[in-house]
Design a protein around this ligand. Structure first.
Ligand code: SAM
Length: 284
């Protein structure tokens, strides 16, 4: 089966600027690879002769900077989903050329994009975690960018990551930038609720935990003493934790990093301190 094809504003602009029968070098996988493609009157001709129809005109006449088009079921459509079970709207969002997309779930962005995009956000989270090896837990998979970055560290032999949302898993399977998440033999993606699943894991099996939960108002249980106790239990002595908290500006969530530090100390973590947009701590 062919993978889905994608077009962002970058390719749509290139297509609208060129005359029919022009040969272009275009990416159909959001900038991961580029290939020579001939734009005919009404199609895109790929190497080998395979033809994709051009997207409908309205998509190019007023291209939206953030929207990504996906070619699926023989037609172009906006890459987005609504899940009546979670009552949430999922929109993969184009960030910048050369950057992986992020996702907005009901308008809330999954990665920090104001200071360099998801790649830089991921790099800084891993850096805040510090030197890691052995088996690592990435609590909340999302698009898998942190899990894949952890899996590329030569001293890490296994990354276990949880995702409870089936639509997020679907988007990750489609996302060209998440491919290694399902191909890497180092990474194990488990569908499930990390809050419920941690208690089923043996104590001390992880050398490090990267905790990148949704914002506090959406998943308060992932900021609870009960959850931190489980994280402490599954960490090996000497193991490290990085916990993204963001810096909520809403009055009632202000001081979240400070409250998180206090809760981590309450369950036994030491060396708790502020790290990149969150907090870091050690067990022992
Ligand atoms: C901020 S994102 C993680 C981003 C991820 N680090 C990355 O690199 O793309 C949080 C993710 O956690 C998932 N999630 C929320 N609650 C969860 C839970 N209890 N167990 C597992 N996953 C959860 C959400 O569906 C979302 O995909």
């Amino acid at each position: 089966m062919r993978p889905p094809y994608f077009l962002s504003i970058v390719e749509l602009r290139a297509l609208s600027d060129c005359a029919p029968n022009t040969l272009l070098t275009l990416s159909l996988d959001l900038g991961r690879t580029r290939q020579p493609i001939r734009r005919t009157e009404d199609a895109l001709e790929l190497p080998g002769g395979f033809q994709l129809p051009l997207p409908p005109r309205p998509y190019w006449a007023h291209p939206d900077k953030r929207t990504i088009l996906i070619f699926r079921d023989c037609q172009w459509e906006k890459w987005r989903y609504f899940d009546p079970q979670t009552n949430a709207f999922y929109k993969p969002v184009f960030v910048a050329e050369g950057q992986p997309p992020t996702v907005e779930i009901s308008g809330i962005k999954m990665h920090v994009t104001d200071t360099g995009g998801p790649l830089e956000d991921t790099r800084r989270k891993i850096q805040a975690l510090g030197k890691v090896n052995g088996r690592v837990l990435d609590t909340c998979c999302g698009l898998g960018y942190t899990a894949m970055a952890l899996g590329r560290i030569p001293t890490v032999f296994q990354v276990i990551t949880f995702e409870k949302d089936k639509t997020m898993l679907r988007i990750s399977r489609e996302n060209p930038w998440s491919r290694d998440l399902f191909r890497s033999t180092t990474i194990q993606v488990l569908r499930g609720d990390v809050f419920q699943c941690l208690s089923g894991l043996p104590a001390g099996i992880f050398q490090a935990v990267l905790h990148d939960p949704p914002r506090f108002s959406l998943a308060p249980e992932l900021y609870s003493v009960e959850f931190y106790r489980e994280v402490f239990r599954v960490l090996r002595t000497g193991g490290r934790l990085y916990h993204y908290t963001g810096n909520p500006r809403k009055h009632r969530h202000k001081g979240l990093p400070e409250r998180t530090l206090a809760r981590l100390q309450e369950v036994g973590f030491s060396r708790a301190r502020r790290g990149y947009r969150g907090v870091c701590a050690r067990k022992g």
